[in-house]
Design a protein around this ligand. Structure first.
Ligand SMILES: [Fe+2]
Ligand SMILES: [Fe+2]
Length: 286
């Protein structure tokens, strides 16, 4: 059998254990040198966790995504992320599935995460550079002004019910893009899937930018378990890869990919397409 040409782009998630969470992280050199460092965390926190990071900034944008893990209640989390923003340290809170954006050179942190019960949740860390560097920013003595101005950097996801009748595409999906925030070359989706069959009608396709495709199980105790078996075709050759554990697929700029076909589902699973451009652009070839 010939060696798989694209096997190196299909990566099982390997989780490291932290207090209250398990996390899989990919550096840019794991991701074909995309301008991306990516982490997926799956949390079983009841109570409060302080990341213990002081105020800092990075030369590239850093985004934090909060997701629920419950198919029955896709738009809900019992979690909030509190973050201090700007030199002023203005407090902002995200308390639903959504995204917090720290643009390039924008001071942020400390960050505290709270969960009011023992319901698990997920987080993504998306850093839009190849090297994770930071500079500390001094904390001012005076309290932040009463009038808030950074609310636009904290955006909730609308989990849209697709009323899917057939095929393997999403049952519930949120889409987000960074086109209103300077220096944030990112658009993404977060979705829950249970369907069998082909995801899109017009595959294969490609994009003028790189993307990663995250297929994740929703069990915080066993985050490698996907609960589904999915085929994805890679390249013009349509080389088929089987995804049956939590997996990240790297799609460099211009690489033809898909169709995606779901063959088996035991449990609902999560999917995210994380694309390195501030709006979505697809050329369909099917
Ligand atoms: Fe940061
Ligand atoms: Fe794609």
């Amino acid at each position: 059998m010939p060696a798989a040409k694209y096997g190196h782009l299909v990566k099982n998630l390997v989780f490291q254990e932290f207090p209250n969470r398990k996390r899989a992280r990919f550096e840019s050199n794991d991701l074909e040198e995309l301008e991306l460092i990516f982490g997926w965390g799956i949390w079983s926190l009841a109570g409060e966790y302080d990341f213990g990071v002081g105020r800092h900034l990075h030369p590239h944008a850093e985004c934090f995504v909060l997701t629920g893990l419950h198919y029955e209640n896709p738009g809900h989390v019992s979690t909030e992320i509190e973050i201090e923003m700007g030199e002023e340290g203005e407090k902002q809170v995200l308390d639903s599935p959504g995204i917090i954006v720290a643009p390039p050179d924008f001071p942020h942190a400390p960050i505290i995460i709270r969960n009011s019960n023992d319901r698990p949740f997920g987080t993504m860390m998306i850093y839009l550079g190849r090297e994770y560097t930071h500079s500390n920013v001094p904390v001012k003595d005076e309290p932040p002004p009463a009038e808030k101005k950074y609310g636009g950097l904290v955006q909730k996801f609308e989990m849209h019910d697709t009323e899917r009748k057939s095929g393997g595409n999403a049952d519930y999906i949120a889409s987000w893009d960074g086109k209103d925030i300077e220096g944030v070359n990112l658009n993404l989706t977060w979705a829950f899937h249970t369907g069998l069959g082909t995801w899109h009608e017009k595959d294969p396709h490609y994009h003028p930018y790189g993307e990663v495709l995250l297929f994740v199980g929703l069990d915080a105790e066993n985050p490698e378990y996907l609960g589904a078996e999915i085929e994805i075709a890679m390249g013009e050759e349509q080389e088929v890869h089987i995804i049956n554990t939590s997996t990240l697929v790297v799609v460099p700029k211009g690489l033809v990919h898909c169709p995606v076909i779901t063959r088996k589902v035991e449990n609902p699973y999560g999917f995210s397409a994380i694309s390195l451009n501030n709006e979505h652009e697809t050329t369909w070839l099917g």
